[in-house]
Design a protein around this ligand. Sequence first.
Ligand SMILES: Nc1nc2c(ncn2[C@@H]2O[C@H](COP(=O)(O)OP(=O)(O)OP(=O)(O)O)[C@@H](O)[C@H]2O)c(=O)[nH]1
Ligand SMILES: [Zn+2]
Length: 324
Amino acid sequence: MEQHIGLICRGINNIYTVEEKGVSYLCRIKGKQLSQVIEEYNPLAVGDMVSFVPTNAHEGLILDRLPRRNSFQRWNTKGGSNQTVVANMDLIVCVTSADTPPFRPRFIDRVIACCQDVDVMIVMNKCDFPLTEDEYERFKLYKTLGYRVLGVSAKTGENIEKLYKELEGKTVAFVGQSGVGKSTLINCLLGSDQRTSEVCEKYNRGRHTTNHSLLISGPLFTVVDTPGVREIQVPHRDKATLQEAFIEFARYAKNCEYERCLHQDEPGCKVKEAVEEDKIHYDRYESYLRMLASLDDKAPLWAGKNDRSNSWRTRMDKDESQEY
Ligand SMILES: Nc1nc2c(ncn2[C@@H]2O[C@H](COP(=O)(O)OP(=O)(O)OP(=O)(O)O)[C@@H](O)[C@H]2O)c(=O)[nH]1
Ligand SMILES: [Zn+2]
């Protein structure tokens, strides 16, 4: 059988929509498991390229996942493993909102830490609501740190044109807390209500909540709408790599006394010193420490830890809801 290469546009209950040259196939994984992927919550994510064989004009079987260029991963508490939300993007757009839900900078910090080798841009939606001075300062900090930031309103149309320009020619994923307006913004940018109408028809309800990722090809850019989450946790990984998500640490970290300093309580830590001297924003440091602590609780199920009890699960669930 002839092998084809396609792009995963959607995955629901182990059935994946794979697109090749404008033709869609509904595919399952051949043999139910991809041989090379064992340690992850989900073997495939939207944005993955796969090899597959069509079984008829509309269906097929997935054989392999092609190597990923990058990914956006989070910790899946229930599954006790890392979950890839989306792969192979040119840009992750972290959508936040000025109000309802309120601005949560630590959520943004975690989104940044969930990006593996992919650029992130921070978009503040619902700018028709005012920010407090403190919130504004904390938002502006991302710009100072070198991130692209933009305030927009899907409701009034403010800066939508500018956002459009940022996305042109790219494949991007919108991620963020539930209710910040990801789907509304996408509809606004694509000039359609593709996402909302599709879900409304299917479930026959007015207000929709995105419950699975979907890749939508627009005329000038491609966008993935991801399900909103109430909380997000950074994936399990080597603790020493977490500081890569805090770019302002680097210039101080290189002078820390210990080579693998985690900037907690180590003597001669220059990062901590910089925090004390207000050279690093205290809230960002606090954000870092919380994420670092959360890594202690994460031992992936696949790492051979079979001693985890129900009390462990309960603790994790509680931690997640208390993360702010
Ligand atoms: N005031 C105001 N409301 C907005 C704006 N953008 C979206 N909303 C409203 O915010 C609510 C949530 O919007 P959604 O687009 O469903 O949010 P979402 O981020 O896709 O939510 P999930 O699907 O749960 O992830 C809706 O009632 C929108 O009408 C905005 O710019 N200003
Ligand atoms: Zn240090």
